[in-house]
Design a protein around this ligand. Structure first.
Ligand SMILES: Nc1nc2c(ncn2[C@@H]2O[C@H](COP(=O)(O)OP(=O)(O)OP(=O)(O)O)[C@@H](O)[C@H]2O)c(=O)[nH]1
Ligand SMILES: [Mg+2]
Length: 345
């Protein structure tokens, strides 16, 4: 399935039904009173965050969502039935913004569907018109007037999906992000020894101790210059914007183009620079430094060196091998501790 995280939709709520203009006609009652019923209200377009929907792809094919009109009222004070509401199921984490289709300009946030089952009426159906029986007064016993129904609300909106995850995995291509998520969750993203294997974000649910679980987002790799469009760019960083902690993966076996071993501090700083270009706030998020591929490193000194360097800079550091499983439970615990820090147990 294609992962689409942006779409534009048009929503049109139903028109209210017209009120009826009608007079009672009974045998032996020559002048029956007004008995026109009210029109039914128009259907509304209602958004709902639904965990069974993963992407905004469907909205590329179906951009228009219309609710049906209310039916007119009729005689004998019969009200017209209301129009059917339309429920639009959106992925959890979808933000809905004002949109001007002519200027192609995105405006203010309307609603953030950040919780399972959250609902929002995006376009309210028009009110049904009052029938003439409503207008009967002591001075006007036979009103001819009945109201028309109101128009339903309508508009264009931009949908922007920001995944809801507790932990974001960031790092260079090939750092081992997808391998780690496949080791700690049921997610099975593609893993390969070439850069930019991951083209779309993947979510995985991780079970921690005590029956607690949290969601991890694996996103495409970042390279220096990503904020200027290099590689896959930094657009995908929006999917880690809501996270509580970033796991910053650094490949201990990373080599420079000339074949020499990389300075992981430099790699780390260059990725953090890209995070900062995306958002200062994201760049200031707590980070767990995860040194990966421990099994492939021949010199334990290299591991100790960087472990110490990052610790000296105030970071919590984990050293792992997703191949042997070494250090994995510790990473899960470190992440869980941060994720559940401000959640009452
Ligand atoms: N030896 C060893 N290899 C690993 C380990 N973790 C990942 N790899 C290998 O490193 C390569 C890249 O792993 P991925 O998980 O695809 O890396 P990624 O960070 O998701 O990369 P992109 O999706 O391209 O950003 C693959 O060939 C993996 O098999 C590890 O702990 N030890
Ligand atoms: Mg990957």
């Amino acid at each position: 399935m294609k992962f689409i995280d942006e779409a534009v939709i048009d929503v049109i709520a139903g028109k209210g039904g017209a009120g009826a203009r009608s007079f009672r006609r009974e045998k032996f009652v020559p002048l029956g009173g007004p008995d026109g019923g009210n029109g039914g209200r128009g259907g509304s377009v209602i958004l709902r965050a639904d965990p069974s929907v993963q992407t905004l792809l469907d909205f590329k094919f179906q951009p228009e969502w219309k609710a049906s009109d209310g039916k007119p009222g009729s005689g004998a004070r019969k009200d017209g039935p209301a129009g059917q509401d339309v429920i639009v199921k959106l992925p959890v984490g979808t933000q809905v913004l004002q949109y001007d289709p002519e200027a192609q300009e995105v405006g203010d946030l309307v609603v953030d569907l950040d919780e399972n089952g959250k609902e929002f009426i995006l376009a309210k159906g028009g009110r049904g018109g009052k029938g003439n029986s409503f207008f009967k007064t002591s001075t006007n016993q036979a009103p001819e007037h009945a109201q028309p129904g109101e128009e339903g609300e309508h508009g264009s909106y931009k949908l922007s999906l920001k995944l809801v995850a507790h932990v974001g995995l960031v790092g260079f291509p090939n750092a081992g992000k997808s391998t780690l998520i496949s080791r700690i969750s049921a997610a099975r993203p593609k893993i390969a020894d070439y850069p930019f294997t991951t083209l779309v974000p993947n979510l995985g649910v991780v079970q921690a101790k005590g029956g607690r679980s949290f969601v991890v987002a694996d996103i495409p790799g970042l390279i220096p210059g990503a904020s200027e469009g290099k590689g896959l760019g930094i657009r995908f960083l929006k999917h880690v914007e809501r996270t509580k902690i970033i796991a910053h993966l650094l490949d201990l076996t990373h080599l420079e183009e000339d074949g020499t071993e990389s300075d992981l501090e430099q790699l780390f700083d260059s990725i953090n620079h890209e995070l900062k270009e995306f958002s200062e706030e994201l760049a200031s998020r707590k980070q767990l430094v995860v040194l990966t591929k421990k099994d492939s490193v021949s010199s334990p000194e290299r591991i100790e060196h960087f472990k110490k360097r990052f610790k000296d800079r105030g970071f919590e550091v984990a050293v792992i091998s997703s191949v042997t499983g070494d250090g994995i439970p510790e990473v899960i615990e470190a992440l869980a501790t941060r994720v559940f820090l401000d959640v009452a147990v």
